[in-house]
Design a protein around this ligand. Structure first.
Ligand code: FES
Length: 163
């Protein structure tokens, strides 16, 4: 996933025009825009609605039905917490509450400084070392509350060093 690539109405329209003739074009268009831009900008909703001869409400309906789609720019790092069975059995509920408290955000939100976004996910294929989270492309297992804090601190340090 892109983390907030620059976009223009023209670049969005190019994506739409390339896919709008496919059957069930709405989902491929939404996926392509999110892959390219990192989220679905509000302006894109109007463009999609016009291009597919649908209402903005219909486009919003699809976006809100699928948790995958975001309508705000993602943070620099995307944190996904596994909520599936094995991770639940190993305490992911406490972990997710801790993550929300620590970051000051709920699922599908981004911290005020745009450093982190928080998402729920249902199995990362890492059940043997539950509870598991993924930060960007890296999966972490046996994530205790302390380990979560250490991972956040490590990413904050790296961002500070990168400027
Ligand atoms: S249930 Fe969490 S990684 Fe599989």
């Amino acid at each position: 996933m892109s983390s907030g690539t620059e976009w223009t109405t023209q670049s969005i329209q190019q994506i739409i025009d390339k896919l709008k003739h496919k059957p069930g074009a709405m989902l491929p268009i939404l996926h392509a825009i999110q892959d390219e831009v990192g989220y679905i900008p509000d302006k894109a909703v109007s463009q999609i609605a016009e291009s597919l001869l649908q209402t903005r409400a219909e486009v919003h309906g699809v976006i809100s039905f699928y948790h995958h789609f975001r309508t705000t720019p993602p943070g620099r790092h995307n944190i996904e917490i596994c909520r599936a069975e094995a991770c639940q059995a190993m305490g992911c509920r406490a972990l997710e509450q801790h993550a929300k408290n620590t970051l000051g955000i709920d699922y599908h939100q981004t911290t005020a400084d745009c450093s982190f976004s928080l998402e729920a996910v249902y199995c990362l294929g890492n059940c043997a070392t539950a509870p598991s989270i993924r930060i960007d492309d890296d999966i972490h297992g046996r994530v205790s509350l302390d380990k979560f804090d250490a991972l956040i601190a490590q990413h904050q340090k790296e961002m500070k060093e990168a400027g």
